[in-house]
Design a protein around this ligand. Structure first.
Ligand SMILES: [Zn+2]
Length: 238
């Protein structure tokens, strides 16, 4: 009997040691799944293979969303507010909102433009996962999968879900090549914004040129990106 107990005891100790060992290896593997962006560590969510909002320790304005970095379905930016800027007639209530972090810089930018005779209108800021899903599915219905994939971000892959960006427009409703677009490209960095999808950078950003889509990254990053002709992806890798 005694011998039997001893055997069980030894066996239990071995099992405990194996468990501890297993746990230690597991956490090392998990740690190695963290990616480093610009000196900050971001944990990858195993299940969704994207950035899990709760794990993001990066400065919020440097959050990267693109085809390789998606947001989870329940990601909602901290604080959403309608900035005090004029909006286009087509802007819906949800998309008039932006993350509180960018309210002041955006109002300052639009105000500075106005003082130089450039009238910028807000067109589309925050879009929830659900509304992006709706837009994407509607586009599939109306134009087919191929065109939908080309022009509409899949839910979770749209930067608009961060609340850190906004599409601006002008009174004519035609922004490409306009004086408003030129002003924006030349000046938005002064307020902490970048043209997120520059021309001829599709191979890096995965998105066609969008002169109307500005993204807040903070003044320091915006100036560096502007001065060096980079994209956010390239800046975060530097
Ligand atoms: Zn946009």
């Amino acid at each position: 009997m005694k011998k039997g107990f001893k055997k069980i005891k030894v066996f239990s100790i071995i099992v405990i040691i194996i468990c501890i060992f297993w746990y230690a290896i597991g956490s090392t593997i998990l740690k190695s799944r963290n990616i480093k962006i610009n000196g900050f560590s971001i944990g990858l969510d195993d299940d969704k293979a994207g950035i899990q909002a709760a794990n993001v320790s990066v400065r919020p304005e440097l959050l990267l969303v693109n085809r390789e970095h998606c947001l989870s379905e329940d990601y909602i930016p901290k604080g959403l507010k309608i900035p005090n800027i004029p909006f286009s007639k087509t802007a819906e209530n949800e998309e008039k909102h932006v993350a509180t972090l960018i309210v002041n810089p955006l109002e300052t930018l639009v105000g500075a433009a106005r003082s130089e005779g450039i009238i910028l209108l807000g067109n589309s800021g925050y879009r929830s996962y659900e509304s992006q899903e709706r837009t994407y599915n509607n586009r599939i219905k109306s134009q087919g999968q191929k065109l939908a994939d080309e022009y509409v971000a899949k839910p979770g892959l749209s930067e608009h879900q961060t609340g850190l960006c906004i599409d601006l427009t002008n009174k004519a409703g035609y922004f490409l090549g306009s004086k408003e677009a030129r002003w924006l490209a030349a000046n938005c960095y002064r307020f902490g914004f970048i043209i997120r999808y520059p021309a001829e950078k599709k191979s890096i950003t995965g998105t066609e040129y969008e002169p109307w889509h500005i993204r807040y990254v903070g003044k320091k990053a915006a100036k560096y990106i502007h001065d060096n002709g980079l994209t956010l992806e390239e800046y975060l890798e530097k």
